[in-house]
Design a protein around this ligand. Structure first.
Ligand SMILES: [Zn+2]
Length: 406
């Protein structure tokens, strides 16, 4: 069984928005009450209350002492204990990791100013038709069911983004696919980078969608306008809304690109090998950070992982900190390179673009990890890009003898 999330835009009326907001506020208040109690009890009695059962008991008390909590759906409130309990679990995990010497911040759970979403676990909602969603304590909200969620609906989360758009996210339990991949013998190694968004081991490159850079001018203009507006004025409110909308547009463009690219790759290849990203370490390097966030490699690898699985393919990650860019894929020699060296030139006579070399090292490593012996790398491109991203596929190594596209 695996979990899938399906998102739908909601169009609540003014009254319904008010009711949703009041549920959001109650959840926020309750979360802070729970955290406060946990903190004080630990300070005075050295007893930790972060288990779900003890948190739920506090919720019961809060409900009897303050009648306003009865205006929210009981399970939505109970979900607050889930969230805080998880926050504590993550905190303890980070403490453990820090003790092991990993460079993480422990970050104790904090009081919230607002919550971004509420969750209805199990009950409290009902699909009335493909145009109406009934939500307990809120009403029948108009929405468009543009696709049918597969499997059994487990939870419903109501979200609101900064541009004021409302969404319903259904989390569904779907049976894992037992499909076999149509091309089980095709293998690929993928190297992600700055020069190109990703480079495949067969020499193809997917060029970097610099959406942020392109849309930046527009965003900057909007931000300049915002800075000229008087604090607290209605026009400032409108300008904030426009900036938020621009950010959301860029994020949507990015997600769309990631979906299309990962679709093409998982359909083409039965075996996909990728590197293990050290994103936290990379983000500390500020000049790289913007591009890394823009390219969102982590999200890309996640998409590849679940899409490969549902297509019946194999997805394997290389071991962390593997020196993929410093090794020759043909003879395993160490070939030290600086970041500015763009060509891999080995004593064995193998000359290729450095990213293509890395992708091949990744392919060799991951195939070895998966126990596939004949992982010499699929050095000829067998499929053409027929999808919408055809224009984004550029040639990786123009100056060296990397295999040509098509
Ligand atoms: Zn070599």
């Amino acid at each position: 069984m695996e979990l899938r999330s399906y998102n739908f835009r909601l169009y609540p009326s003014k009254k319904q928005k008010g009711r949703l907001f009041s549920q959001f506020n109650l959840c926020c208040e309750l979360y802070n009450i729970l955290l406060e109690r946990c903190k004080t009890t630990y300070k005075t009695k050295k007893v930790s209350l972060h288990s779900r059962t003890s948190l739920n008991n506090i919720i019961k008390e809060a409900k009897t002492s303050d009648s306003k909590f009865t205006s929210a759906h009981s399970q939505v409130l109970q979900n607050c204990s889930d969230r805080l309990s998880k926050a504590y679990t993550n905190f303890f995990r980070r403490v453990k990791e820090k003790k092991q010497g990993k460079g993480v911040k422990t970050g104790f759970p904090r009081f919230k100013k607002r919550v971004k979403s509420i969750t209805y676990p199990q009950s409290g909602f009902k699909l009335l038709s493909d145009k109406r969603l009934h939500i307990s304590k809120v009403g029948n909200i108009p929405f468009i069911l543009h696709r049918l969620p597969r499997g059994k609906i487990k939870t419903l989360t109501i979200k609101r983004n900064r541009a004021g758009q409302w969404f319903a996210a259904f989390s569904c339990e779907v049976e894992s696919s037992k499909r076999t991949h149509p091309h089980p013998d095709t293998k690929v190694g993928i190297d992600v980078g700055i020069e190109n968004f990703a480079t495949l081991s067969n020499g193809e490159a997917i060029s970097n969608p610099r959406f942020l850079v392109e849309s930046e001018r527009k965003l900057k203009k909007l931000q300049r306008r915002l800075s000229r507006k008087k604090k607290g004025s209605a026009n400032r409110g409108k300008a904030i809304y426009k900036v938020a909308k621009c950010h959301i547009h860029i994020a949507n463009q990015r997600t769309d690109f990631l979906h299309q690219t990962s679709n093409i790759i998982t359909k083409r290849y039965g075996f996909i090998g990728v590197e293990t990203l050290n994103i936290n370490g990379m983000l500390k390097n500020h000049c790289l950070a913007k591009h890394i966030v823009d390219a969102s490699w982590g999200k890309f690898l996640d998409m590849l992982s679940y899409k490969a699985e549902s297509a019946g393919g194999q997805f394997v990650k290389d071991k962390p900190f593997a020196p993929t860019s410093q090794t020759c894929p043909k003879c395993d020699r160490r070939v030290p390179k600086k970041l500015s060296d763009r060509v891999h030139k080995c004593k064995c006579g193998y000359v290729v673009h450095r990213d293509v070399a890395s992708a091949n090292v990744i392919l060799n490593d991951t195939a070895g990890r998966a126990g596939i012996s004949d992982a010499c790398g699929d050095l000829t491109s067998t499929f053409g890009y027929n999808g919408p991203s055809a224009s984004r596929v550029a040639e990786a190594g123009t100056t060296c003898d990397s295999p040509q596209l098509h």
